[in-house]
Design a protein around this ligand. Structure first.
Ligand code: SAM
Length: 329
């Protein structure tokens, strides 16, 4: 088991397959992109599957989410998913993606056993999309979402980050559209994880504000408060249900006390928190010949040292050196 000193057990593994992305969302990275990791530093597909297997078979991982960067840019994705869903006990396997290319790959991913997708979509307006992501790809994202739905990757979840004066006014239209399409929308508070270090608390649209915006048009009732467990989203029934909307108040309503997550970066570092400042290098150990037992021991030690909270509110808080795209969101 991956237990930390506060008694939390990590069962949910987020694996970044690449730090590269084909969008440039302003809350994540600058328009010119970043210095991507050289290929030799990325874990190979076999190395990823070996580490995921150790996590599932020896360390109690029950959920694996592939992310990035943009995971659909990784050519071996379908193969990695198939090898993950073949593990026993079979983990739940999901994908967080910007949806570009999903129209082509959704059926193959479903056939490989993928259970669910989360697709990021912050706006339904093509010009706003271009302004926010610096690429004119809104139609590809919408096609990807529709293909995921047709392929049965349900529930299709949509992740949206609201930014003041850019897309804040789209909270209600986004929810209305997701309800029509049968997608489950979740709003995520913007976090201090952008490569440009441009985040400021004052500019962030808070969970309270998001709920106020939505409540002007919808009747929201808190849902499954007791069953929330480690889920980051507070969920609400919309107009009596069964449709729901989620709000992830990572900054103003932190859920660190119930966190069950651990992350593996594309270059093989274990991070026990999105905001961790330390990493444990499994890739170097693996390439130096470490056994599965030794890798499992290192992994356990990395989780044991997890801090009680992300500390964004602490005056000594320092943003991690890696941006979200390089950690895996
Ligand atoms: N490329 C994939 C995608 O777009 O979903 C996966 C990686 S992306 C880093 C994962 C999620 O993190 C996306 O939903 C994105 O909106 C979110 N994200 C990125 N930077 C963020 C930030 N600073 N604050 C909050 N969410 C952020």
């Amino acid at each position: 088991m991956l237990r930390d000193s506060f008694g939390r057990v990590a069962t949910d593994l987020r694996v970044s397959l690449t730090d590269k992305c084909n969008l440039r969302c302003t809350y994540c990275m600058p328009p010119e992109g970043l210095d991507w990791l050289p290929n030799a530093q990325l874990l190979t597909a076999d190395e990823i599957v070996r580490l995921v297997t150790i996590g599932v078979e020896r360390l109690g991982i029950t959920e694996v989410r592939y992310t990035g960067g943009e995971p659909l840019l990784r050519r071996e994705l379908t193969d990695i998913v198939a090898r993950t869903t073949a593990l026993r006990p079979r983990p739940q396997v999901s994908l967080t993606t910007n949806g570009i290319g999903l129209a082509r790959t959704a059926d193959a991913l479903a056939a490989a056993g993928l259970d669910r997708v989360n697709v990021s979509l912050d706006t339904l307006d093509r010009d706003t999309f271009k302004r926010l992501a610096h690429r004119d790809r809104l139609p590809d994202v919408l096609d990807g979402l529709a293909a995921a739905h047709r392929a049965g990757l349900r529930p299709v979840k949509v992740n949206a980050v609201l930014m003041r004066e850019i897309n804040q006014h789209e909270a209600v239209p986004l929810l209305r559209w997701c309800l029509e399409q049968g997608y489950e929308l979740r709003f995520i508070e913007q976090m201090p994880l952008d490569a440009q270090h441009g985040w400021s608390r004052d500019a962030m649209v808070t969970a309270d504000e998001i709920l106020a915006l939505l409540s002007a048009s919808f009747d929201l009732t808190p849902d499954d408060l007791e069953e929330r467990g480690s889920a980051p989203a507070e969920r609400f029934l919309v107009d009596g249900g069964p449709a729901r909307v989620g709000v992830i108040g990572s900054v103003t309503r932190p859920f660190c006390g119930a966190c069950d997550r651990v992350r593996l970066t594309a270059d093989g570092q274990i991070r026990n928190c999105l905001f961790a400042r330390e990493e444990s290098d499994l890739k170097a150990a693996m390439r130096a010949g470490a056994t599965d037992d030794e890798l499992a021991d290192r992994w356990r030690a990395a989780v044991a040292g997890k801090r009680p909270g992300h500390g964004i509110d602490d005056p000594t808080f320092l943003q991690p050196a890696r941006p979200m795209s390089a950690i895996g969101g």
